[in-house]
Design a protein around this ligand. Structure first.
Ligand SMILES: Nc1ncnc2c1ncn2[C@@H]1O[C@H](COP(=O)(O)OP(=O)(O)OP(=O)(O)O)[C@@H](O)[C@H]1O
Length: 521
């Protein structure tokens, strides 16, 4: 034994001595040279070793990430302006992958795509940094989606409900109210339902990730968050249109890591990516600069993968792992309503459903411009509060039938009484689904007004008085049915007795508003 020990010791010493020589060699190879620079990427030569996504440091503090790694040559995605980087400049390995600060300290802060503060509120002192790319939770660690995420938008909460842990796409042409829907979801989620008991009471955590947006639109969102008191429950991650494409590319992954920290401690987190069309464009630009072969619409072959690996990270964790959840609302902008373009179809297939916003509805003033017929939520209904299911369970279907009927009725002049009644009902339901951007009615009010519209209690009401009726209903149920409202929010079963009680109050509240009937306008 003693002899063997001696031999082992000798061997170790000999190896150490040889390694020392190599170490010196290796160290010298930790510095490379920039051989080519283009807007957004740099080519570096000289490294013998690099790991994927390793951070590279350039003079002046400019950072990049090793992306296209070949023997002694690497394409590096830059996270800052390339203008200051001359060919021949030195590039240093850092041995770190791209990571971001995470933790409680980020709440209320506005940071860039790498987590550096942009709000002038001082340095972040995070306890931890997490890599921006993290593996999605394993299937066995995931629990079914079972709690709703209220958006405060009637059409969404009632007909296309979103569950906590789900990925729901918000899709539509430009200026159709996509950001408005996502913002409403953030404001509702961040506020929670204080004063109620049950699953919706606790305020949630939100991350708003703006990618490639104009500074003015992002400023508007931040202003709203601040005004409504939601900023302190939100982290804003911004990579603007004027930022390097590398920052725009990395921002949603960074935002997700920031969100995952909260999920890991048991919070329900909502992440909005506004928007992934611009994210895809930034990645296409980088790929072309890195000379990767372009595919359909000039996007690189892994464009599907970059979005699927991002959205796979949305989940609801098992109770043993804290029971937190990460709900993702990616936004996609379509052109001329073409949802079969490459990026929209990819995202539609990755997500659990989509909220489709129609420019035609927007033009007609039907706001929010949610097109129920083309929207779907594949898992949300299971998580919906029981009262929604009881009152608006078939809303999407019956509304689609009404819309079809409405189109056909334009061709015929003489309509029978039954058709006329159906049209009148459908129009009142449509009017009841309208709401202003600033309105976020709580679940009991939404349910009561939908009950009134779908059950025909508003059939005699002139369309322009539906909003007024809604206000009267909201006030009446708050005053007369506080117990029932509490039960609805608690997620209690909603039986026939409850429905009858609610209907009675609603009917009384809007009685008398029907004077001056305008036919079935
Ligand atoms: N429910 C609503 N009621 C009234 N106005 C609304 C409503 N929803 C959105 N708007 C208005 O419509 C405009 C476009 O909304 P928003 O910016 O959310 O759309 P977008 O699709 O995200 O736009 P972009 O293409 O610029 O990203 C804004 O001026 C907004 O105030």
């Amino acid at each position: 034994m003693g002899v063997l020990d001696g031999i082992a010791e000798d061997l170790v010493t000999a190896l150490d001595a040889r390694l020392d020589g190599h170490r010196a060699e290796l160290r010298s190879e930790e510095i490379g040279t920039v051989t080519r620079v283009s807007a957004g990427v740099a080519e570096v030569e000289g490294f013998t070793e690099l790991f994927a996504d390793e951070l590279i440091l350039f003079p002046g503090g400019l950072m990049g990430a090793a992306s296209e790694i070949e023997e002694r040559r690497a394409g590096v995605i830059l996270f800052g302006p390339a203008e200051q980087l001359p060919v021949g400049a030195e590039a240093r390995r850092t041995g770190r992958v791209i990571d971001v600060p995470v933790g409680e300290a980020l709440l209320g802060r506005i940071v860039d795509g790498l987590g550096a503060p942009l709000d002038g509120e001082g340095r972040l002192r995070p306890a931890e940094r997490w890599p921006v790319e993290r593996p999605a939770p394993a299937i066995l660690d995931r629990a079914p989606v079972e709690l709703p995420l209220q958006t405060g938008v009637k059409a969404v909460d009632a007909a296309i409900p979103i569950g906590r842990g789900q990925r729901e796409l918000v899709i539509g042409d430009r200026q159709t109210g996509k950001t408005a829907i996502a913002l409403s979801a953030i404001l509702s989620h961040a506020a929670g339902r204080p004063g109620t008991e049950g699953p919706l009471a606790a305020p949630g955590v939100c991350v708003y990730c703006a990618i490639g947006q104009r500074a003015a639109s992002v400023a508007r969102v931040i202003e709203t968050l601040r005004r409504e008191g939601a900023l302190e429950r939100t982290v804003v991650v911004i990579a603007g249109s004027e930022d390097a494409p590398g920052l725009q590319f990395v921002a949603p992954y960074a935002a997700t890591s920031i969100a995952e920290w909260f999920m890991a401690r048991g919070d329900d987190v909502l992440v909005v990516f506004d928007d992934l069309t611009r994210h895809a464009r930034a990645y296409r630009e980088l790929s072309l600069l890195l000379r990767r072969p372009p595919g359909r619409e000039a996007y690189p072959g892994d464009i599907f993968y970059i979005h699927s690996r991002l959205l796979e990270r949305a989940t609801h964790l098992r109770d043993e792992l804290g029971g937190g959840s990460l709900t993702a609302l990616p936004i996609i902008e379509t052109q001329a309503q073409n949802i079969s373009a490459y990026i929209p179809t990819n995202l539609i297939s990755i997500t659990d459903g989509q909220i489709y916003l129609s420019p035609d509805l927007f033009e007609k003033g039907q706001l929010p411009a949610v097109d129920l017929g083309r929207s779907v939520s594949r898992v949300g209904a299971k998580a919906q509060l029981p009262a929604y299911r009881a009152v608006a369970g078939d809303l999407r279907l019956s509304f689609a039938q009404f819309e079809e009927l409405e189109v056909f009725s334009r061709f015929g002049t003489r309509l029978d009484e039954e058709t006329r009644a159906k049209l009148a009902r459908g129009r009142r339901v449509r009017a009841a689904l309208r709401q202003r951007e600033s309105e976020r009615p709580p679940p009991p009010e939404q349910i009561a007004v939908l009950l009134a519209a779908t059950q025909g209690m508003m059939d005699d009401l002139p369309l322009e008085r539906v909003a007024e009726a809604e206000r009267a209903i909201a006030e009446a149920i708050r005053r007369e049915r506080p117990e029932l409202c509490r039960e609805i929010e608690r997620g209690a079963a909603f039986g026939d007795d409850d429905r009858a009680a609610l209907a009675e109050t609603v009917r009384a509240a809007i009685e008398g508003l029907g004077e001056g009937r305008d036919g079935d306008a």
